[in-house]
Design a protein around this ligand. Structure first.
Ligand SMILES: *Cc1c(COP(=O)(O)O)cnc(C)c1O
Length: 239
């Protein structure tokens, strides 16, 4: 039988990850308390969400609408009403799943087209409930990567202000995969530059720059991430 990491193992791992975030923030001379850890729970069973929540994690990331719907449904009633977790969609959203996504997620981090933005606005309007979004920017040259071409960002954000039911709170980005994490630095630096340049257009007191995953989150924090998205660093390898 395979050994599952126990809750206390997660507690140790989390402590260690938090220390690494803190040290990276100190190197960057930013406040470690301003950096959120998004626990990426894709492929994991709901029990792991509960364990993580018990340890103080309260923001969770999922990649697929269908998988998260089942998971989140099975967790209904397990959290106090005033301390519900916040769910973020970090995977690509197909337009035919936009309506369902709004029933499940508090924040859509993967907005990368005007068509999707328009649809989210229409559906959120129907619900009379604005949705938080991040714009996913494509900083990598890899053809398969999702995201809005970075040269389109200014025009996109200007247009986004016309949609009353989507609140663009910041940017999200994924660096290419490298052998050495250090190689991701220029991509994160570029995202931070775009983030700073467009700060006035984000509809939040505390705009979000979501960048950095398990392999490269310390570099991302050093370059100014306000949110890191961690799966394997917290929960081990996904099967
Ligand atoms: C899966 C995923 C993550 C987490 O990846 P890890 O390497 O396991 O930390 C973060 N962001 C996105 C967009 C993902 O799809």
């Amino acid at each position: 039988m395979a050994l599952l990491p126990t809750a206390s193992a997660l507690s140790q791992t989390l402590e260690n990850v938090r220390a690494r975030v803190r040290r990276a923030a100190e190197r960057a001379k930013t406040n470690p308390n301003d950096i959120d850890i998004l626990a990426v729970t894709k492929t994991l069973p709901p029990e792991r969400v509960l364990e993580a929540w018990d340890l103080g994690l309260w923001q969770f990331g999922e990649s697929r609408v269908q998988e998260s719907e089942r998971k989140i449904d099975s967790l209904r009633g397990r959290f106090p009403e005033d301390r519900r977790p916040r769910w973020h969609l970090i995977g690509h959203l197909q337009t035919n799943k936009a309506r369902k996504a709004l029933e499940i997620f508090d924040c859509v981090q993967s907005v990368d087209s005007l068509k999707l933005l328009q649809l989210l606005d229409k559906e959120s309007g129907r619900r009379a409930q604005p949705v938080s979004c991040l714009v996913e920017v494509k900083v990598s040259e890899e053809p398969a990567k999702q995201g809005l071409p970075l040269e389109n960002l200014s025009a996109f954000l200007e247009q986004a202000t016309r949609f009353p039911f989507v609140r663009i709170e910041g940017l999200m980005g994924v660096a290419p995969l490298f052998d050495r994490p250090e190689q991701t630095r220029p991509y994160f630096r570029q995202l931070k530059k775009l983030f700073d340049r467009h700060r006035a257009l984000f509809q939040s007191d505390k705009p979000i720059l979501s960048m950095g995953m398990s392999a490269d989150f310390e570099i991302a924090v050093e370059e100014g991430a306000t949110m890191v998205r961690l799966g394997t660093a917290l929960f081990g390898n996904r099967s």
